[in-house]
Ligand binder design. Structure first.
Ligand SMILES: Nc1ncnc2c1ncn2[C@@H]1O[C@H](COP(=O)(O)OP(=O)(O)OP(=O)(O)O)[C@@H](O)[C@H]1O
Ligand SMILES: [Mg+2]
Length: 451
């Protein structure tokens, strides 16, 4: 489908007629606003845009329009004398230009080339979406929790339902939001992230909904909001729990029917945006204490995806650690056996983010050897609790890596036995005291024959 935006009725009729006779579907618009809403409503594979249209007849305003049809290719149409303007338009993101009066054969070639490009972009996006939904969607993990999470993502991705992603810090909530977008029909458009806590409260509204020139001090020009940038794509509202109360009302309205008002505007606008929100906070508690609106909570709570803490994903630590290690630049590296076991048994309060940074630091610290870098338990000392780290550091120099490993095991056995005695053999308490997961503790106990 081609969108033809031009304010001259005769030109519009002739051009549309010619394109239709070539077998193309054409919709027309006589000014910038109509063009934008037609694009919003129907989408268009290619946009033919006259730069000087009502109400301003100002080519600069036309230039500002170009970006709003992204990612569809825009062909601008300019008068013959306007060569420099055409170049400006290309700089502003236009795909090509045509000089008026438009030569029909030229028009045919340019439009067909632009349609071909749009088709290739769509195919690429579809292939990427397929690839994403086919394998791990960028979310590594074989634990039951991750398998179910990916399954749920595949099921919500094709819908336009708002999604709420919950989970402790560093568990991969943003990655989940990106996976949903990438597996959705909106994958060819952008995902626009907004960190609700990082933008000052009084700026958040204009950031999201845009503003008109002069609507407040410092508003020197009209500015589109992020909902417009995210049009036909996805808006990711990160840390939604930090959203100021006044904004929550406006967001609720936007969620209800897609309508919003830029700051300083009288007219109501619409944007077709899918919302994904995330927070590490307990929103139900925030509702109970009155800092988060109940109605907004229930609207967002339609589909909730819970991202589990890393310690509740049995088997994933080793898998993630290996992948993170492979991603580190430089010579190939691998883990010595004790190192992986230690990683698996650690409690990971900082979740996947912490694991990633421990692996990256260890890779940087590990000594080079002829077979590549080997990350041994000593290279993880910095990540261990203070006691363990000191013990590793103070132990007499090991004759080989193996003997150091044995020493660490010995130290671990002693600490575990002591803690078990202190807690009356309560595994949960012992694990907590030692900064281990319960599963990690049990594994170690099995290995040391302490059970
Ligand atoms: N399943 C996973 N597979 C691969 N990488 C992951 C996975 N989960 C998280 N990560 C990586 O861990 C880091 C943290 O992830 P992310 O930023 O998505 O977490 P978050 O839950 O949004 O954290 P916060 O609450 O602090 O904002 C990122 O580097 C991300 O790429
Ligand atoms: Mg995040």
């Amino acid at each position: 489908m081609i969108l033809l935006a031009d304010d001259e009725p005769a030109f519009q009729r002739l051009t549309a007629g010619w394109l239709r006779s070539l077998g193309h579907e054409v919709i027309t618009a006589g000014d910038g606003d109509t063009a934008r809403s037609a694009f919003e409503a129907h989408g268009a594979d290619v946009v033919l845009l006259d730069l000087a249209m009502p109400p301003h007849h100002d080519p600069e305003a036309g230039l500002a329009l170009i970006r709003q049809f992204a990612p569809s290719p825009v062909v601008v149409m300019t008068g013959h004398a306007d060569q420099p303007l055409a170049l400006k338009a290309i700089e502003a993101g236009a795909w090509d230009f045509l000089a008026k009066p438009v030569d029909p054969d030229m028009l045919k070639v340019v439009v067909e080339r632009a349609l071909e490009r749009a088709r290739l972009a769509r195919e690429l996006a579809a292939a990427q979406a397929r690839e994403h939904s086919a394998e791990d969607m960028g979310l590594i993990g074989q634990s039951q929790a991750m398998v179910s999470l990916r399954d749920l993502i595949r099921r919500v991705a094709p819908t336009t339902l708002p999604v709420m992603v919950l989970g402790p810090s560093g568990t991969g909530k943003e990655l989940v939001a990106r996976a949903i977008h990438a597996a959705s029909p909106r994958a060819a458009r952008t995902l626009v992230p907004v960190h609700c806590g990082a933008v000052p409260a009084d700026l958040l509204e204009s950031e999201l909904f845009g503003h008109l020139k002069g609507s407040f001090t410092g508003a020197h020009a009209d500015r589109p909001g992020l909902v417009e940038t995210a049009s036909h794509g996805t808006l990711f509202l990160d840390e939604i729990g930090e959203m100021p109360a006044a904004m929550q009302v406006k967001l609720l309205r936007f969620l209800a029917d897609g309508s919003y008002q830029p700051v300083g505007a009288r007219d109501v606008r619409h944007a077709n945006v899918r919302i994904i929100a995330a927070t590490h906070r307990d929103l139900a508690a925030a509702v109970a204490e009155g800092s988060f609106r109940e109605d907004l909570y229930y609207r967002l709570k339609g589909v909730v995806l819970k991202v589990p803490a890393l310690e509740d994903r049995a088997g994933d630590v080793a898998l993630l650690a290996r992948v993170f290690l492979r991603r580190v630049d430089g010579a190939p590296a691998h883990f010595a056996p004790g190192a992986l076991e230690w990683l698996e048994g650690h409690g990971w309060p900082g979740n996947v983010r912490e694991l990633r940074s421990v692996v990256e630091c260890a890779a940087a610290l590990a000594p080079q050897s002829p077979g590549g870098r080997v990350i041994g338990i000593a290279d993880l000392a910095f990540a261990m609790g203070e006691d363990a780290a000191t013990a590793v550091a103070e132990s007499p120099p090991p004759s080989s890596r193996q003997s150091l490993q044995e020493e660490v095991m010995e130290l671990e056995r002693r600490r575990i036995t002591e803690a078990l005695e202190r807690t009356g053999h309560n595994h949960t308490h012992t694990a907590r005291e030692l900064g281990l997961s319960r599963v990690g503790l049990l594994k170690k106990m099995d290995r040391m024959a302490l059970r």
